[in-house]
Design a protein around this ligand. Structure first.
Ligand code: ADP
Length: 473
């Protein structure tokens, strides 16, 4: 998994932000709920204390304090209700104090007084031992003017238990909610970014050879649609520019052919004119050589531009590559003999391929021509054609000077020459192998080279056999 992928980064951020938001919300909810519940309980206690003050104490007198205590017991039964009730006279005498509650959660005698009798009302949470009490205190005045303080409280334990349950629920629920949201977010982001993946895959496939193809258009109405449309516009502009420059090369090479042919004819005539001096004729001869080289380059450029334009398959037919190789080797053996080289041809007929025989002949000629050019006298050039698992394999091997490793990836590029001075001497412009590759590409064939300096070179072409080729006997 790519840790830097956009979807993963987005989801990580999303999950992080969501966790922080959830935590803040949970903390706020918890704090507000605790405050609300405590205020509510304290309110109830205060109401009860006011009730005692208004209904029991207001009508009593100092002599009837014992009766007030009994009435409180009767009406409120604080022990069985886990409640704390205490009535204190303003001189500090405790007139009534409830006993230990049923659950024995707190010891009533340890509950500190909540302000002096007769002072203003108070309500708060008071720690008592391990527990805490929520107590409200109100002042009360008896019929004889004696002032009291009525304190009513209850244990905070049930409320704390409720809050603890809420905390446990949040501790389990929050991670689950974040995980579910993150998983959902991941699916959504992946779905939203899926067109990017498709666009990238298609963009990888588009080269100068299939510039007419376009990236898939995303119909999402968002930035991705804009991106796909803009990229397609850019590809259209690139296509126009490349086609323009290809057209220029095609036109220029076509226009140059005729004047060059005329110049060649004129120069050939002049070079043979006996009336001109020897030196002049020699100069004319070397000019003629250069014009011939120029004409070859122009022819190669013209051939390449036609191949680039994608020729019609009108000339295509099934033919025997082995036979074509044998006759071509035969025709070129004279060139080899001139250089004191031998060409060995090993090709058994019956290797049927489909294509333009004239074009594939040009491939064999260019490969043999290079092998002859770059192999010193006395060397050997081997040409072989065989069938191999549904493919026709043509090999041109020599034991010549070879190609250095750093030049190997470039030999099929236009105008590339390993050693410009050496190649120029031999008459090459660096277009022969570019033509070979263009023809191979047009025929669905693959060409590769194995070579090393001083170890000779082997060019290997693999082309699918023509459909219906009989199996070898
Ligand atoms: P050129 O017309 O200059 O030979 P090519 O396109 O045919 O151009 O070849 C490109 C370069 O590859 C040449 O400059 C040459 O150095 C090298 N090359 C091609 N074939 C061979 C070979 N059989 N042996 C050694 N070098 C080769």
């Amino acid at each position: 998994m790519n840790l830097r992928s956009l979807s993963l980064r987005l989801v990580t951020w999303y999950a992080g932000v969501l966790t922080v938001v959830f935590l803040v919300l949970a903390a706020l909810t918890f704090a507000l709920l605790r405050h609300y519940l405590e205020a509510n309980v304290l309110d109830n206690q205060a109401r009860r204390a006011r009730q005692i003050a208004a209904t029991l104490i207001a009508h009593a007198s100092r002599d009837a304090e014992a009766a007030v205590g009994a009435q409180v017991e009767n009406l409120y039964s604080p022990e069985s209700n886990d409640r704390f009730i205490r009535i204190t006279r303003d001189d500090g005498t405790i007139v009534y104090a409830s006993g230990a509650p049923r659950g024995e959660r707190f010891v009533p005698s340890r509950v500190p007084p909540l302000g002096a009798a007769g002072t203003a009302s108070a309500a708060r949470k008071v720690p008592v031992g391990e527990d805490a009490l929520l107590i409200a205190a109100v002042p009360a005045t008896a019929a004889d003017g004696t002032r009291y303080r009525v304190e009513v409280g209850t244990s905070a334990a049930p409320l704390e238990a409720t809050l603890r349950r809420l905390l446990a629920l949040l501790a389990v629920g929050l991670p689950l909610a974040v995980a579910a949201a993150a998983a959902g977010g991941f699916v959504l982001v992946r779905r939203a970014l899926e067109p990017v993946e498709r666009i990238a895959r298609k963009a990888e496939e588009i080269t100068q050879h299939n510039l007419s193809e376009r990236l898939p258009r995303v119909h999402s109405g968002d930035e991705l649609e804009r991106l796909s449309v803009s990229l397609n516009h850019m590809i259209s502009r690139l296509q126009e520019a490349i086609e323009g420059s290809k057209q220029f090369i095609a036109d220029a090479s076509h226009e140059l052919r005729t004047p060059l042919a005329v110049m060649r004819g004129e120069l050939e005539g002049l070079a043979q004119d006996r009336l001109l001096g020897r030196e002049t004729r020699e100069t004319l001869g070397s000019v003629l050589e250069e014009v011939e080289r120029l004409a070859e380059i122009v022819e190669s450029l013209f051939a390449l531009s036609r191949l680039d334009a994608g020729e019609a398959h009108a000339e295509w037919r099934p033919f025997d590559l082995a036979e074509l190789a044998a006759t071509t080797a035969e025709q070129m053996s004279l060139l080899a003999t001139d250089k004191n080289l031998s060409i060995a041809c090993d090709s058994r007929p019956g290797v049927l391929v489909e294509g333009d025989p004239a074009r594939l002949k040009q491939v064999i000629v260019n490969l043999l021509d290079n092998a002859i050019k770059y192999t010193p006298a006395g060397g050997r050039v081997r040409l072989s054609v065989r069938r191999e698992q549904g493919f026709a394999v043509l090999e041109v091997a020599d034991d010549g000077i070879g190609i250095p490793a750093e030049a190997l990836p470039h030999v099929f590029k236009r105008f590339f020459r390993v050693d410009r001075s050496r190649s120029r001497e031999q008459g090459g412009a660096g277009l022969g192998l570019a033509i070979v590759q263009s023809i191979c590409a047009a025929h669905g064939a693959h060409i590769e080279v194995v070579s090393g300096p001083g170890r000779g070179s082997t060019f290997r072409l693999r082309q699918p056999l023509a459909a219906g080729t009989p199996l070898p006997v």
